[in-house]
Design a protein around this ligand. Structure first.
Ligand code: UDP
Ligand code: MG
Length: 160
């Protein structure tokens, strides 16, 4: 069932005005989700849950992009494997807006390890493993801004 927010009742121009003041988050549909053909189902879920899509594109990360994006984890034992996995196939990146977008998305995707994720969360439904866990989500509104700018030019984002 589609969730109608008040944005649905506004003109596109007015909706974009409100969206520009909403919290944003950055997400990735990781290589396992794309390879397993879950892209459409996950995007449908994003819309049903009431997020507004501000930017969306498919790309194949380079080694340099993956290493830079996950640099915060570079001392962790899983870093090298994670970067290799993230460059193993195409991904979809997106910028989303919603009230409380960062936490709302993290609640929707569930725990990092799908074995620990709550029922009906995206990771529970679609992830392959703790590493190949279907989706990324920013961990704070400040990091969301940095991550959105890492992947999108201003001209690729609507409602900014
Ligand atoms: N990851 C992994 N092994 C671990 C922890 C994390 O392979 O023990 C991977 C997994 O793909 C995860 C990403 O590294 O999504 C980033 O880890 P983080 O702790 O930030 O988890 P997230 O914020 O994605 O839930
Ligand atoms: Mg994280």
């Amino acid at each position: 069932m589609v969730q109608f927010t008040f944005l649905n009742y506004l003109t596109p121009q007015a909706a974009f005005f409100f969206v520009s003041y909403m919290e944003k988050t950055f997400i990735i549909l990781k290589p396992d989700a794309v390879k397993n053909r879950h892209t459409g189902d996950i995007i449908a879920r994003i819309e049903k849950e009431g997020f507004t899509i501000l930017g969306l594109k498919m790309l194949h990360l380079t080694k340099e992009q993956a290493e830079k994006f996950y640099a915060v984890h570079k001392e962790r034992p899983f870093y090298a494997d994670l970067c290799k996995y993230m460059t193993s196939g195409p991904v979809v990146v997106a910028a989303l807006a919603a009230n409380n977008a960062v936490q709302k998305w993290r609640d929707l995707i569930g725990a990092t390890d799908p074995a620990q994720a709550a029922p009906n969360t995206i990771r529970k439904l679609y992830a392959e493993s703790k590493e190949a866990n279907a989706v990324h989500g920013s961990d704070s509104a400040d990091n969301a801004k940095i991550e959105i700018a890492f992947f999108f030019a201003e001209s690729e984002l609507v409602g900014r």
